[in-house]
Design a protein around this ligand. Structure first.
Ligand code: ZN
Length: 278
């Protein structure tokens, strides 16, 4: 078995809905979105849902970005299971061409739904990399230029609270009104956003997984990566990460450096340093 590299563990992406743990509400509404968009795209509906705005709130590294990327994958997979809504095993043309590696800051090629008519454009904007209103306007303009009006446009702005500086959230509010995109914003600090901005968005809060949901999930990730693990170490990772999946995966990344020694209680307790959000 070939283990995953430490980097892919840290940027873990679910391949089926069951691999998104906790987050029941987010999953429920994202599945509704997948159903609706695919139904409309297949029917070529003129009353398609093209304009909606969501704000995902919850701790950093609690899986917001992974959930949005997975949503987009389900929308565009050529062989989505109509019952479970799970995408294919990664071999269809659209799943093979995986969007969203961290090196590409934002703009991706458009993809097509199975009927070959509706384009889906997916753009990620990392708000930590935007420091001036001009940069933000430039990014949004670039999206506008690429877009064919008959398609779906999904724009995801990660760490949206970073835009409050220099009133960039006001610029965004206007963009949200003017452009019929599916907007997703994520933030760990919703209180930093203007009320006006918050009130314009449909808010969905991420939910941390339960201990008994997280333990088998961590064991699966260890097994996938070929890392040995001790049961006590798994429990300590859950405890020390405060059940934040992205934090917990850091311990596995550390363990993956020496898969034979693996995830030991000693590593989790003494070597792995965690700094949690206050
Ligand atoms: Zn697929």
């Amino acid at each position: 078995m070939t283990g995953r590299s430490p980097r892919s563990l840290q940027n873990y992406e679910p391949s089926i809905w069951e691999q998104i743990i906790g987050n029941r509400k987010v999953k429920r509404y994202f599945q509704k979105l997948v159903r609706r968009i695919r139904r409309e795209a297949d029917a070529g509906s003129s009353r398609a849902l093209r304009h909606a705005c969501f704000l995902l709130t919850g701790e950093s590294r609690s899986g917001k970005t992974a959930a949005v990327k997975f949503l987009v994958r389900c929308i565009k997979c050529h062989r989505l299971d109509p019952v479970t809504l799970n995408p294919c095993d990664g071999t269809c043309a659209n799943c093979r061409d995986r969007v969203g590696s961290e090196e590409q800051h934002g703009l991706f090629e458009s993809v097509k739904t199975p009927d070959g008519q509706t384009e889906i454009h997916f753009h990620i904007i990392d708000c930590t990399k935007i420091s001036t209103p001009a940069e933000l306007i430039e990014k949004l303009r670039a999206i506008g230029h690429k877009v064919n009006t008959s398609g779906y446009v999904v724009v995801y702005l990660d760490e949206a609270h970073r835009l409050v500086a220099r009133h960039m959230d006001e610029i965004l509010l206007k963009e949200v009104e003017d452009h019929h995109y599916l907007w997703f914003f994520s933030t760990a600090k919703p209180e930093g956003l203007e009320d006006m901005f918050q009130n314009r968005l449909i808010k969905l809060a991420t939910e941390l997984p339960a201990d008994d949901e997280m333990a088998p999930w961590l064991i699966d990730r260890c097994n996938e990566a070929g890392i040995d693990w001790e049961p006590e170490a798994i429990l300590r990772v859950i405890d020390k990460s405060n059940r934040v999946v992205g934090i917990a995966l850091q311990a596995l990344t550390l363990a993956a450096l020496d898969p034979d020694e693996g995830l030991t209680l000693d590593l989790v307790e003494n070597d792995w340093v965690v700094k949690l959000d206050s």
